[in-house]
Design a protein around this ligand. Sequence first.
Ligand code: UDP
Length: 455
Amino acid sequence: MENKAYRGHVLALPYPRQGHINPLLQFSKRLVSKGLKATVATTLFIHNTMQLPSSSSLQFDTISDGYDEGGFAQAGSIHAYLNRMETIGSKTLADLIIKNKNTANPIDCIIYDPFLPWALEVAKKFGIFGAAFFTQTCAVNFIYYHVHRGLLKLPITSTPISIPGLPVLELEDMPSFISVPGSCPAYFEMVLNQFSNSDKADAVLVNTFYELEPEAVDSMSKVCQLLPIGPTIPSFYLDKRPEHDNDYGLNLFVSDSSVCKNWLNTKPEGSVIYLSFGSMASLSNKQMEELAFALKGSKFHFLWVVMASEEEKLPEKFVEEIGNKGLVVQWCSQLEVLSNKAIGCFLTHCGWNSTLEALSLGVPMVGMPQWTDQTTNAKYFWDVWKVGVRAKVSKNGIVEREEIEFCIKEVMEGERGKDFQKNAKKWMDLAVKAVSEGGSSDKNIDEFVAKFINS
Ligand code: UDP
């Protein structure tokens, strides 16, 4: 029987992908530091296949997505996965709530990723406080909100596009589901469905911080009361509260962090380009080749994350030929790498977690967005936050080696590079301030906790 007195018990339900687990897990740790008990529910498949942190302030439990043996890969299609997860997930989430019902700490709040809007229906059925946790920027959410409510008609026939609180957007700045109609209908439906019942949520949390996109937050707040609570990265890299929190702790992929650290520690300050395309990377062979040749041709060192599924796309003998100039790994501890003094710039796919991590650690970027919200994130970081450049895509849909080399040089040693560094430092300070005691996100977290405790 538990005897610790908690202020409440939250159940966090992330969408089962690395980029969605990380922020909700991290947010849960913040809630624990505010006196709550937090349980993170992963799918059974994830629970059985990955190493859960051995010591954590969090509890872990499971629901089922209906694919306990193979997870997403077992489903065959996104549509099949989402449908089955809704059916089986709703049932097993209800079971989890019931299991906790007659304990000392029954679940009294569910924080769910709105990629899984059915979780709110389950919470309501049990009379539990339900909070949506949006993992993308407020700007991106507001674009989808406009489409969902029919305020932005598709296909877009005239540009530029004006949405209140957002910079003027060209088609290439819009999320790919909009700029490339029909490109991924199941995912598009999913991001729009985030708003299918969000007006019934008791709270709406967003993984951003007010100072990053004040106009977008103010504008969206007129139609939906939202609380920016980010950045959700381990506190070691921000305000050091909670203590001893230097890793997300739940990795879907294995890495040996000493390999990167030892290699980086032999390199001069600001001399290394770090490249990663996130956890769902799938570049064309031609794009991989252009990247490889650009890196070979540039004078800088590089550390490149090439996931196991991408390795065969590297040019033959690439790894042997680069010698000590570069290091290619299948996965790394990205925060540890980004915070290493040797890193001079981050060539990124502009996934929101990666972008927010680079902003929070003051690292300038070269953006090579691929799809989904990455294009809009890229627009913000070069045009609004001014911390880097977006590489231009040529007519054949590829970023060519000359362009990659040019962008890298621009950020690493060009005139504008100094401004990017200055701005990156400014955002880093603001990120720390936002989550520190009395900062904008910290206050919003307190407001959220008070709201559900008093509900
Ligand atoms: N990441 C990591 N090691 C790597 C590559 C990525 O730890 O080698 C982490 C990164 O820190 C981030 C997440 O994986 O938290 C990727 O999320 P993001 O939103 O940037 O991209 P996605 O994977 O969703 O496309």
